[in-house]
Design a protein around this ligand. Structure first.
Ligand code: OGA
Ligand code: NI
Length: 357
């Protein structure tokens, strides 16, 4: 299996170039089967919870507890919430999003210098998974390692726009802090010691990567997806969505719900590894992205992940005779190989590990 991760199975086509070529019909490679298309089922008009983090570490016990409860119920019922008053500068969020929009708007030759390969995925890419003949998603992306520090290699980050590297560092430091706070809150609200999840993720050796998604305008948005249904394989995801283009959909009771981004909020979601560690008390929920014919969309997904070679398993405190462990131990490295090979395919993997324990 490692062998097939050396290179892409077909020549890479940049979706942005396709979009900008002015085609009226999308190539067959991007046409999803009818049941996966955006309009297949009616839309549900509810929204994911919004959690105000202002009182997360307040000294007022009641306010602190209330915030934890909201986080806990969002992680149980939805696997998703929008976080406001998260403490990160709105200005920094805006500048970071804009610098990435500018990066994607650079000439193709400039971006091609960062073209990635499936060995590490680091760099400028246009597909996830290496199955020959796979149906592709309508998006390009830039993927980079942020943590652990020894994997961080700014020379692989865009040198243009000239502020890009500094902004990645500045933004990374802030979102890393917020992820740490959220992991604490999740630990406490699961009844674990506040450092439980952070330590189980490898403490200082914790991993983090940034995936900047670019969803170009699409002439036939009803036939395709910007990103196919998947759950995030890692620990916790902090998503900075586009400020004025919606697109993210979350699965709830078998229906797709389009998230309406609250201005300046982060979208937080539980990844598969927290589902495993919480023994399925917290849910890693399927989500996908739809595209549109009017506007490009940019989003930044910061993935906070366990150290790659640690065994991840349900917390002993959350396992009992009535609630036996639902998953057997697996390293994140092994786990991640699945999505890197087969691409985004719903929640098949975490469910597979459930049925095979
Ligand atoms: C992801 C993801 C959602 C979005 O990158 O894993 O789910 O809105 N992105 O771009
Ligand atoms: Ni995702």
């Amino acid at each position: 299996m490692m062998n097939c991760l050396q290179s892409w199975p077909e020549p890479v086509v940049r979706v942005q170039s396709l979009s900008e070529s002015g085609i009226r019909a999308i190539p067959e490679r991007y046409i999803k089967p009818p049941s996966d298309r955006p309009g297949f089922e009616k839309q549900e008009h509810v929204d994911i919870p919004v959690v105000d983090l202002k009182n997360l570490f307040s000294h007022d016990h009641t306010l602190h507890e209330e915030t934890l409860k909201l986080i806990s119920s969002a992680c149980k019922e939805w696997g998703f919430f929008q976080a406001v008053n998260h403490g990160i500068s709105h200005e920094l969020m805006k500048r970071t999003r804009e610098v990435w929009r500018e990066f994607f708007n650079l000439p193709l030759e400039v971006k091609q210098e960062y073209a990635n390969a499936p060995t590490t995925y680091e760099g400028y890419g246009s597909r996830l998974g290496v199955q020959k003949g796979a149906i592709l998603d309508w998006s390009d992306y830039f993927f980079l390692h942020y943590l652990p520090v020894y994997l961080r290699n700014p020379s692989k980050w865009p040198s243009l726009p000239s502020s890009c590297r500094d902004l990645i560092s500045e933004y990374g430091a802030e979102v890393e802090k917020l992820c740490g706070r959220l992991l604490k809150a999740m630990s406490i609200s699961l009844g674990l010691k506040e450092d439980y999840l952070q330590n189980a993720f490898g403490g200082e050796g914790i991993g983090a990567c940034l995936r900047v998604n670019f969803y170009p305008k699409c002439p036939q948005p009803d036939l395709t997806l910007g990103l196919s249904s998947h759950s995030d394989p890692g620990g916790l995801t902090l998503l900075l969505p586009d400020h004025d283009v919606a697109g993210l959909q979350v699965r709830k009771n078998g229906k797709w719900i389009t998230v309406k981004p609250v201005p300046n909020a982060f979208i937080v979601n539980v990844g598969d590894q927290i589902q495993v560690m919480s023994n399925a008390i917290y849910k890693s929920v399927e989500h996908r992205v739809i595209v549109n014919s009017a506007k490009d969309r940019v989003s930044l997904a910061f993935f906070y992940n366990p150290k790659s070679d640690l065994l991840i398993e349900p917390a002993k405190e959350l396992v009992s005779e009535d609630r036996p462990p639902l998953y057997s131990p697996m390293t994140f490295d092994e786990y991640r190989l699945y999505i890197r090979t087969y691409g985004p395919c719903g929640k098949t993997q975490v469910e597979f590990s459930e049925s095979n324990r």
